[in-house]
Every structure is written in structure tokens, then in C-alpha cells.
Design a protein around this ligand. Structure first.
Ligand SMILES: [Zn+2]
Length: 226
């Protein structure tokens, strides 16, 4: 029992940080967002809603500059002000914006948004527990190995989520009559914007797998369904 205590403490710590970060995220989003009221985008989200047999899809505008879309653990979908600005400037089309919304809907529908918060705190607990265990046998590099292993695991998990959300979005956009085209063209645009800014990737791309691989996966779907 005494040997297990540190691991139990690490798990408890993970649970508490999960609670706190879920609460903090919700509060931050509440304070800095409003419902997106854009007639052109609404026409598209209404088509997505109809394809899902939902009365409507609410999208919120999150007042930060980085180009990003996100799904909160409570299931709300957010587009950042920075991303919306690109749409207003005509750099990103309404269909391309709807592909981001569809991707985030995928994270919600597939349970990623909720699990990610659990993952985050679970990872902290796992790291701590592994450090204690490995650290006992491998003194100096042990903690470093533990950190590396948890990071690898996390990256693998989140990469899988991205492909799943892309596939969900592709299916939804196809059903809604928008098609996979805007999803692919947005990836290519964001990739180009990235290069133009001297390698500064927008947040939305940074937390995702390589664009080429995602576009290739979408083209495979397009070939399969077309
Ligand atoms: Zn994603």
C-alpha cells in the first residue's frame, strides 16, 4: 500500500488539475466569446445542421488573434477572431470556414473534446507516476525517458483524433452538398500562409499532423466515395 501511495497521489493530482482546467477553460471562453452572427456562414451551418437532423448549429466567436478553431469540452464550437478576419478579408471562403466548423463538430461528436481534457491531466499523472517508477531504476535519464514516452503517446493519440475529425468533416460536408474540395483548398491556403510568414504556422496547423498527409487522406476518401 505504501508503495502505491505516490501513484495514487499522482492520479488524484491529475483528477484535480482536470477539474480546475475544465473550469478555467469554460470561464475564459465565456468571458471572451459571443455567438457568431454571420448570415453567410449561417446559411452553411444550417446546411450542416440539416444533414445532421439538428435544428441549428451554434458557433461562437473567440476574441483572440491566432487563426484557430476549437471544440470546448462542453461541446461548443469556437472560431477565433483572427480566423473570422481572414474570412471577412476574402482570404478564406465561407465553404472553407464551414469545413473548420465541420472538423470541430467531428471532435465533439467523436468525444475527442472531452477526452482531450482527461488526456491532458491523465498525462500529467502518468508522467509523474512513470518518473517515480523509472526514476527508481534509471536514476539520471529515467525522468527524461518517462517524459519522452508520455509525449510520444500523447502525440500519437492526438494525431489519430485529427484524421478521425477530418474524415467526419469530409462525410458531413459531402452529405451537406459542400464537398471535400473546400477542406483541401483550406489546407493548401493555410500551408501557403505559413510559408509566407517565414515558417510561423497558425495554431490550428501546428497542433495537427502534416498538411500533405491530411490532404492525401482526404483525396483517398474523395476517390472512394466519388
Ligand atoms: Zn482538430
Amino acid at each position: 500500500m505504501l508503495k502505491l501511495t505516490p501513484i495514487l497521489l499522482a492520479l488524484l493530482y491529475g483528477l484535480v488539475t482536470y477539474r480546475i482546467s475544465a473550469w478555467r477553460t469554460a470561464r475564459e471562453l465565456d468571458a471572451r466569446s459571443t455567438e457568431l452572427a454571420d448570415p453567410v456562414l449561417k446559411r452553411l451551418t444550417d446546411r450542416l445542421a440539416a444533414a445532421l437532423d439538428l435544428p441549428r448549429i451554434r458557433v461562437y466567436l473567440y476574441e483572440i488573434d491566432p487563426v484557430n478553431g476549437l471544440a470546448a469540452p462542453d461541446g461548443r464550437i469556437f472560431i477565433t477572431r483572427g480566423f473570422y478576419r481572414k474570412f471577412q478579408a476574402g482570404e478564406v471562403t465561407a465553404e472553407e470556414m464551414s469545413s473548420v466548423i465541420a472538423h470541430e463538430l467531428g471532435h465533439v461528436a467523436l468525444g475527442h473534446a472531452k477526452r482531450r481534457m482527461v488526456d491532458f491531466s491523465g498525462q500529467n499523472a502518468l508522467r509523474t507516476a512513470m518518473m517515480m517508477v523509472i526514476g527508481r531504476f534509471v536514476p539520471v535519464v529515467g525522468p527524461w525517458i518517462a517524459g519522452l514516452l508520455t509525449n510520444l503517446l500523447a502525440a500519437r493519440l492526438s494525431r489519430g483524433d485529427e484524421y478521425e475529425a477530418d474524415e467526419y468533416a469530409a462525410a458531413l460536408l459531402t452529405k451537406a452538398g459542400v464537398g471535400i474540395g473546400p477542406q483541401i483548398s483550406l489546407f493548401e491556403k493555410l500551408d501557403e500562409m505559413t510559408q509566407g510568414r517565414g515558417g510561423m504556422a497558425p495554431a490550428w496547423l501546428m497542433s495537427h499532423p502534416k498538411t500533405d498527409d491530411r490532404v492525401a487522406a482526404l483525396r483517398r476518401l474523395e476517390a472512394k466515395w466519388g
